[in-house]
Write a new protein. Structure first.
Length: 398
C-alpha cells in the first residue's frame, strides 16, 4: 500500500467560495500566529515552544477569537502540524526557516477526517452543501484526507490522498541509463541521446515582461490593477503547467524503459548564485525532475541512484578514466590528452555517471531525514492513529 494523491478542479458556488476563503484565512492566521509566538519566545527567552504546546494553546485562542469557532477544528490543528513540520525540516537542514504566509499566494487547508465523496460531489465539515468537482479520472483506493487549495489566479482544486495498492511491476528490458543534466540540452544520456530544453519561461519572457510593465503602471488598490495581477498570475501558472507536463512525460518514459537510472546530484541552490545562469537554472526544474524520477522509480520498480556531488564526471574520460584538468565551461567537445578520444562533453559525463553509479555498493533506500510530526511524550506509548471514516458513493468505508 502506498499513498497517492488525486487532484481535481472544483467549482464552488459563491456561498461556498466565501466559506472556503474563511478557512484559508483562519488557517493562515493560526500558522502565522504560532510562528510569530515561537520566534518571539526564542528570541526573548531563549525557549523553544514545541508543537504540542501550540496545539494545546489553540483551544484558549479560539475562546478569545470566537470567529475561529466557525472553522473546522481539525483544519486548524493541521495548520499547527504544518508549522511543526516546517520547523522539523529546518532543524534537519532540508529547508530555510519558516516564513509567514501571505494572502495573495497559494492558499490551502486540509480536512483529515469526516468528509465524504458522492459521485462528483464532496462534503466537508461545517458545510451542508456538496462542492462540485471535475472527476476526470476515477479515485483509486481508500481516501484518507483531502486538501482544498486556491491558486493566485483564482482557481480552486481538491487533492484527495488515498491509500492505494500499486499494480504489479511489468517486466522491463534489462537496460540501465546514465543522465547528465545541462543547460544547452535538458539531459544527455549514456545512450548518446539528448533531450532539448523546453525553455518554458524563456518562450513567454517577452509577454510576461509586457504584462508586468502594465501591472506596475496601475493604481494601487484599483480594480484594474487586480485584473492585471490576475493576467500575470495566469501566465505564471501556464508556464508552471508546461514545465510540469514536460517533466512528468520525460520521467515516466525513462522509468518505463530502464531497470536502473543513474544521475548526478547537483547543488542547485549554490548554482543559482551565478547571476548569468540563475534564470535558466530556475527554468530547468532539475530538483523536481530528480524527485519525480525517485518516486516513480519506487512505484514502478526502477532503481534510481544519485551519485556523489563532487564526482568529476565532466572532466573524466569515459574510456581511460584520465582527468582533463584544463577543461573549461566553454569547451563542449574535447579530446582526451591520454587516449586521444574525442568526446562530446555532456554525453561523456552521462557515461561516466553510469559507470560510477554501477560501481557503487547496493544500499538500502534512505529513510526520510525529516521526521514526520508525532506528538509523543517520553515514557508514554504513542496513541493509535484514528482511522478516517469516509463515505464513498453512499458506502461507509474504514
Amino acid at each position: 500500500m502506498t499513498l497517492k494523491a488525486f487532484k481535481y478542479r472544483i467549482y464552488p458556488t459563491e456561498e461556498q467560495s466565501v466559506f472556503l476563503e474563511k478557512h484559508f484565512g483562519a488557517c493562515r492566521f493560526v500558522y502565522n500566529y504560532f510562528l510569530d509566538l515561537r520566534s518571539k519566545e526564542y528570541k526573548e527567552n531563549r525557549r523553544s515552544v514545541s508543537g504540542l504546546e501550540c496545539k494545546r494553546m489553540l483551544v484558549p485562542l479560539k475562546q478569545n477569537l470566537p470567529w475561529l469557532k466557525e472553522i473546522n477544528s481539525q483544519s486548524l490543528q493541521e495548520a499547527v502540524l504544518n508549522l511543526e513540520k516546517a520547523y522539523q525540516r529546518f532543524f534537519a537542514g532540508l529547508s530555510d526557516y519558516p516564513v509567514f504566509k501571505k494572502k495573495r499566494n497559494h492558499q490551502s487547508f486540509t480536512v483529515p477526517q469526516h468528509f465524504s465523496i458522492d459521485g462528483n460531489l464532496f462534503y466537508i465539515p461545517k458545510l451542508k452543501t456538496g462542492i462540485q468537482m471535475k472527476l476526470h479520472r476515477p479515485i483509486d483506493g481508500i481516501p484518507s484526507s483531502l486538501t482544498i487549495s486556491r491558486t493566485p489566479s483564482g482557481k480552486y482544486y481538491v487533492s484527495i490522498t488515498c491509500e492505494t495498492l500499486m499494480p504489479e511491476v511489468k517486466h522491463k528490458p534489462a537496460a540501465t541509463i546514465g543522465i547528465d543534466l545541462g543547460l544547452t540540452s535538458f539531459i544527455a544520456t549514456s545512450n548518446k541521446e539528448k533531450v532539448d530544453h523546453p525553455a518554458c519561461l524563456r518562450k513567454s519572457e517577452k509577454k510576461l515582461a509586457r504584462l508586468q510593465r502594465s501591472l506596475s503602471k496601475k493604481k494601487n488598490g484599483s480594480n484594474n490593477k487586480n485584473k492585471q495581477r490576475l493576467k500575470v498570475a495566469v501566465l505564471h501558472e501556464k508556464i508552471a503547467y508546461q514545465r510540469n507536463d514536460f517533466l512528468h512525460k520525460l520521467s515516466r518514459k525513462i522509468v518505463d524503459e530502464n531497470q536502473a537510472v543513474y544521475l548526478e546530484s547537483l547543488n542547485v541552490k549554490g548554482m543559482m548564485q551565478n547571476r548569468h545562469l540563475s534564470k535558466s537554472i530556475a527554468d530547468s526544474g532539475w530538483s523536481e525532475f530528480a524527485r519525480q524520477l525517485t518516486y516513480k522509480g519506487e512505484w514502478y520498480g526502477t532503481k534510481v541512484v544519485q551519485i556523489g556531488r563532487f564526482v568529476s564526471s565532466t572532466k573524466t574520460c569515459c574510456i581511460c578514466d584520465a582527468v582533463n584538468h584544463d577543461l573549461s565551461l566553454k569547451d563542449r567537445v574535447w579530446t582526451c590528452p591520454s587516449c586521444k578520444t574525442v568526446h562530446d562533453r555532456d554525453i561523456n559525463a552521462a557515461i561516466v555517471i553510469k559507470k560510477v553509479g554501477q560501481d557503487m555498493p547496493d544500499i538500502k533506500p534512505v529513510e526520510k531525514r525529516a521526521s514526520i510530526l508525532s506528538f509523543k511524550r517520553k515514557g508514554k506509548p504513542a496513541s493509535v492513529k484514528q482511522e478516517a471514516h469516509v463515505k464513498m458513493h453512499g458506502v461507509l468505508t474504514p
